[in-house]
Design a protein around this ligand. Structure first.
Ligand code: AMP
Length: 214
C-alpha cells in the first residue's frame, strides 16, 4: 500500500500505521519520529527542529522535504509506505505531488482519521512514549498502561511524556492542525483520493482502512 494517514495529533496515526505495516510490510514513515530521532542524536536537523517541536509549531517545509525524499529512496519503501504526520501543509502536499511524479510513484489513497477534539485532548495528555529511539512504542496511562510502571514492555527502557505533550503545547498543536493541516482534507477530497474513517478503536480503523484499499 502507498497511503497517507491524515488526522489531528492524537487521532491514532502511529498506532494504526504500526498495525497496517504488519498487514503488508509497507514502510512506516513518521516525520515526527524521524525528527525526534534527529533531536536525540543532536544532528544539525535536530538542533534546528527542536524549538519548533517543543512549542508545538510546524518545522519549516524546506527541512521536511529533503528528509522525506531521502527516506522514500530507501529500499524498504519499494514494497509500499504509510505516511504518518506528513504532509502537514498544502505546500508540503504540492511538493509531495511533484516528488512522487519525479520518482514515478502513485498514491493509493489518503485515509483521514476523524476524531472529536475532546477525545484527542484526553488521549494526548495521558499518552506515554518509549524513550528508546529505536522503539518509540506508545502507551496510555488509562487505556494501555505498561506492565511495569514507567518501563517499556517491548524493550525495557523508560517510558516518558513527550516534551510537546504538555497541555499548552497540545493546544497549540491542535490549533496548528486546524489552521495548516485540516485544509488537506479538501485538497485530497477534490482529487478523489480521500477516505474518512471515524477513529475510535485502532482495530476497527485498520479493518476499515484495509477494506477501503482493496
Ligand atoms: P508528530 O509526532 O507527527 O505529532 O510530530 C511532532 C512534531 O514534529 C510536530 O508538532 C512538528 O513540530 C514536527 N513535525 C512532524 N511532522 C512534520 C511535518 N510534516 N511538517 C512540519 N513539522 C512536522
Amino acid at each position: 500500500m502507498r497511503i497517507i494517514l491524515l488526522g489531528p495529533p492524537g487521532a491514532g496515526k502511529g498506532t494504526v500505521s504500526g498495525k497496517l505495516k504488519q498487514h503488508d510490510n509497507a514502510a512506516h514513515i513518521s516525520t515526527g519520529d524521524i525528527l525526534r530521532n534527529a533531536v536525540k542524536a543532536g544532528t544539525a536537523l535536530g538542533k534546528e527542529a527542536k524549538a519548533y517541536m517543543d512549542r508545538g509549531d510546524l518545522v519549516p517545509d524546506s527541512l521536511i522535504m529533503g528528509m522525506v525524499e531521502e527516506r522514500l529512496k530507501e529500499p524498504d519503501c519499494r514494497i509500499g509506505f504509510i505516511f504518518d504526520g506528513f504532509p502537514r501543509t498544502i505546500p508540503q502536499a504540492e511538493m509531495l505531488d511533484k516528488l512522487l511524479a519525479k520518482l514515478d510513484i502513485k498514491l493509493d489513497a489518503v485515509i483521514n482519521l476523524d476524531i472529536p477534539k475532546q477525545v484527542v485532548l484526553d488521549r494526548l495528555t495521558t499518552r506515554r512514549t518509549c524513550s528508546n529511539a529505536a522503539c518509540q512504542a506508545i502507551y496510555n496511562v488509562k487505556s494501555m498502561p505498561t506492565k511495569v510502571e514507567g518501563i517499556c514492555d517491548k524493550c525495557g527502557q523508560p517510558v516518558i511524556q513527550r516534551s510537546d505533550e504538555t497541555e499548552e503545547a497540545i493546544l497549540n498543536r491542535l490549533e496548528t492542525y486546524n489552521r495548516q493541516t485540516s485544509p488537506l482534507i479538501d485538497y485530497y477530497d477534490q482529487k478523489g483520493m480521500l477516505r474518512s474513517i471515524a477513529s475510535l478503536s485502532s482495530e476497527d480503523v485498520v479493518k476499515e482502512a484495509i477494506a477501503a484499499l482493496s
